[in-house]
Every structure is written in structure tokens, then in C-alpha cells.
Design a binder for this molecule. Structure first.
Ligand SMILES: [Zn+2]
Length: 274
């Protein structure tokens, strides 16, 4: 299973994941913590652009060093337009409109651009709670063993791709542990969570809806505990601030003073999590 690497534009805003409907910025129904999201938001608020069959989020980013308008489709399926020095948002929007066919083509090509997931075999290393753990041959039998702390996963046929079994196991651990963590932090911060789901999101760590439903990426079980704690706190703080405003980040900082270390970890290690 492939996890997207963070995109190079580290200050991209978190995208609003309500794709089927234009929602005014500042009042999204759900906010997500994308792999590329960080606390410095120089981009303009998320908007949408209509393609033939759907709308995708579009982000306009000013770059004084750019000499022309640039459009690209990001791995998360959103578009990004660079506005050069002296350029205008209106012209950037027209530029994007002229390129919808190209965007459509890029969107179709997106799944093919992802490399097939790397196979896991004996000797492969898997990230678990921030540590790289090696899959070893089982000396007691014909299979392979993966020891993840107290957890042992036994594979009967070590010659097959071990990834599905490893991921299924990690996902079970995540489903057991992550919701508990959410409720613990919610209690600590006097917040009410209606529902927690652990999912297999392709490019986001978590999201929080206006209806207090939090969903988390099972791969958070692969990150160090302080990182998954941060993501949980990040989503919970959206119950106070449904945006990524300075006030939101102030809430995060109050609840999780060292959050920048976690943000940095996510930016630099996302590539390992697959
Ligand atoms: Zn967020």
C-alpha cells in the first residue's frame, strides 16, 4: 500500500475535503490534516475548480520569484496554481480554467504514477511506533516472524509478499489504540467526540468534522507516540477552531507545546511510512 510522500510545498494549506460542494472558507464541514500540512500557511484559502465530472480543490499560492503562472496537480488530487509577482488571483483563476482539460488528464494519470507498493520479505524493515523493525526468518519453523515489541506476527509462507499480513496486523493495533488515545485527550481537554474511525486514508493523517467525528490514519501506529499524540490533539483542537488560523495553532500549542517537533517529523518521515 502506497503512502504519498509529502509534497515539496511544505506550507500548503490543509485542504477542505468536501469535494462535491463549494463551501465558503472558514466554514468547512470537515478539515483534514494532509501529509503536507504545516503550521505556516502562506497559501490562499482552498477553493474549487470544476472539471468535467467533478470538482477538485485548488490552491492559489503567491510566489514573488515566479515569472509566470504555473499549475500542477498534487498527489492528493488537488490543483495548485502559482501566482507570479505582479500577477492577480483573477488571472490565476482564468489560467486554471484554461487548463481544466490538462488537469483532467493528470487526474486520470495519477494512480499510474504511483509505484506499486514495495514487497515486504524477510529482512525488510517496517516502521512501528517510530522504530524500524526487521522481519526475521522463523528459526523454529518454516515461516517468518516479525517482532514488533510485544507483538509477533507469524507468516506461514515467507516467500510471498508479507505486506498484506503486516499491514492488516498494524491496522488492528491501530484500531485498538488510536480511538482510546482520542478519548483520553478529549477528556483531558474537556471536549466531546462523537465518533472515532481508523481508516486507510491515502494522503492524510486525520480529519475532524463539524459533527465531532474524528478519523485517523492507521499508519499513525507507525509513527513515534509523540507524533500520533500530536495528530490526535491537532484534530481535537479543530473542535474549538474549525480552521488553520493562528488561533487554531495557538490552541494546538497550548495543548501540545512541542507540536512543531511532531510536524517536522511528519514532514521528514512520511516517505518511510509504507
Ligand atoms: Zn487541521
Amino acid at each position: 500500500m502506497l503512502v504519498r510522500q509529502p509534497t515539496s510545498e511544505s506550507n500548503a494549506a490543509g485542504t477542505i475535503s468536501t469535494l462535491n460542494k463549494t463551501v465558503p472558507f472558514g466554514n468547512p464541514r470537515q478539515l483534514s490534516l494532509d501529509f503536507s500540512t504545516g503550521p505556516s500557511l502562506k497559501a490562499t484559502p482552498a477553493e474549487f475548480i470544476a472539471l468535467r465530472a467533478r470538482q477538485i480543490p485548488i490552491l492559489f499560492v503567491r510566489n514573488p520569484r515566479a515569472r509566470r503562472y504555473i499549475i500542477r496537480l498534487r498527489r492528493d488530487g488537488s490543483a495548485r496554481v502559482t501566482i507570479p509577482r505582479g500577477g492577480s488571483a483573477a488571472e490565476a483563476r482564468r489560467f486554471a480554467e484554461r487548463n481544466v482539460t490538462w488537469l483532467e488528464q493528470q487526474l486520470h494519470a495519477l494512480p499510474r504514477r504511483h509505484q506499486p507498493p514495495a514487497k515486504l520479505t524477510i529482512g525488510s524493515e517496517v516502521l512501528f511506533r517510530g522504530d524500524l523493525v526487521k522481519i526475521e526468518a522463523d528459526v523454529t519453523g518454516p515461516g517468518a516472524l516479525l517482532r514488533l515489541g510485544d507483538e509477533t506476527i507469524t507468516f506461514l509462507d515467507p516467500d510471498t509478499d508479507l505486506r498484506p499480513a503486516v499491514e492488516a496486523h498494524l491496522r488492528r493495533i491501530a484500531a485498538r489504540e488510536l480511538p482510546r488515545k482520542v478519548y483520553e485527550y478529549a477528556t483531558k481537554h474537556n471536549l466531546t467526540v462523537r465518533k472515532v474511525t481508523v481508516r486507510n486514508q491515502r494522503s492524510r493523517w486525520g480529519s475532524c468534522s463539524r459533527r465531532a467525528a474524528i478519523s485517523l490514519n492507521w499508519r499513525l501506529i507507525q509513527t513515534p507516540p509523540f507524533v500520533s499524540n500530536y495528530v490526535v490533539v491537532h484534530e481535537l483542537m479543530h473542535l474549538r477552531q474549525m480552521n488553520h488560523s493562528p488561533r487554531f495553532w495557538a490552541e494546538v500549542e497550548r495543548a501540545f507545546p512541542d507540536y512543531k517537533t511532531a510536524v517536522h517529523w511528519l514532514k521528514t518521515h512520511a516517505v518511510l511510512i509504507r
